[in-house]
Design a protein around this ligand. Structure first.
Ligand code: SF4
Ligand code: SF4
Length: 321
């Protein structure tokens, strides 16, 4: 099994002391909190739980799903991407890069991903936003403040905040602090997880979570390994453990989600197998099971990251089956 990705970073007491020890009490508390690596915040989402939601996308995931719709969420570290339509060919990015990772060619700015360490200097130098950094560190207080801006939408719609990714449960210490503060402000919380994270991370998160959106993609362990890089043992164990926690009094809800991916997860045996597992092992603890149609909206994300997407030419699900 791969190592847990390195913590995106946290400021320490010694760092505070370097600042001369002049921080206010609030600054002191904030500086001791963990930080989280986030690559996107999407407002007005209606697909990540009930009501109108603000979805926070965390960087880093242990799975390598061949169809992944958020390839910029897989790597735990920051990355950069080049947006052709915004570029004015000034080459400020090339001049700035400390690792000589950028070159100009007929197709535009080329990023040598072997040389780039994601430092973001090029994005900072770019006058138009054509060079964009994917992933930045947030403090707990700043992220909660950002979420609270949408509180009126949550109130009128029964919505809230959803943590997605990547795999948000891999940043459990940070996220549990965010969720705890959200709920103190009356903001409902949802965790959208692939299930591939240490069990203790879910134990940390559940007390501050109102809804778990739990992915089960494939029930056969070998097919799961073939399409995601890992078997599904930890995932199914984590789901059973969350259901047990519910039986023991955790008041949150569990929704299951299965992406319907042509040639991978859409077989009848797979869907029936997942249904049987849920009936036998999880039962009434699941409130809802969503089958999520394949889409190809992520195609350009792969191109911008210099990656090939195996589903580039795959047709969308037809309604015939
Ligand atoms: S992120 Fe840093 S290393 Fe990567 S291309 Fe930009 S300046 Fe160079
Ligand atoms: S700095 Fe920005 S606008 Fe200038 S060449 Fe680089 S990406 Fe294009």
């Amino acid at each position: 099994m791969a190592e847990n990705p390195p913590s995106p970073g946290s400021r320490t007491k010694s760092q505070m002391e370097e600042n001369g020890g002049n921080a206010s009490r609030e600054e002191e508390i904030d500086s001791l909190m963990p930080t989280g690596m986030v690559f996107n915040i999407q407002r007005a989402s209606t697909e990540d739980g009930p009501g109108i939601r603000t979805t926070v996308f965390f960087k880093g995931c242990w799975l390598r799903c061949t169809w992944c719709h958020n390839p910029e969420g897989i790597e735990a570290r920051p990355q950069v991407q080049w947006l052709e339509t915004l570029c004015i060919d000034c080459h400020a990015c090339i001049a700035t890069c400390p690792h000589r990772a950028l070159t100009a060619g007929p197709a535009g700015i080329f990023i040598d991903r072997h040389l780039c360490d994601g430092c973001g200097d090029c994005a900072a130098a770019c006058p138009t936003g054509a060079m964009e950094q994917l992933g930045r560190l947030w403090t707990v207080a700043d992220l909660v403040e950002e979420m609270a801006r949408d509180a009126v939408y949550f109130d009128i719609s029964g919505g809230g905040v959803t943590a997605s990714g990547g795999e948000p449960a891999l940043q459990a210490e940070f996220l549990s602090a965010v969720f705890r503060l959200c709920r103190q402000r009356g903001i409902a919380t949802a965790l959208d997880t692939c299930g591939q994270a240490p069990p203790e991370n879910y134990a940390l998160l559940l007390p501050h979570t109102d809804l778990v959106l739990f992915d089960i993609k494939l029930i056969d362990p070998e097919r799961h390994r073939r399409h995601t890089g890992r078997d599904n043992r930890l995932i199914l164990d984590n789901l059973e453990s969350i259901a047990t926690t519910k039986r023991q009094g955790w008041p949150g809800k569990i929704w299951i989600r299965t992406p319907i991916i042509p040639g991978a997860t859409d077989g009848e045996n797979n869907i029936v197998g997942i249904g049987r597992f849920l009936t036998a092992r999880i039962g009434d603890d699941v409130q809802r099971w969503e089958l999520c149609a394949f889409n190809n909206l992520c195609r350009d994300k792969y191109r911008r990251l210099g990656l090939k997407w195996p589903y580039e030419n795959v047709k969308l699900n037809s309604g015939a089956r």
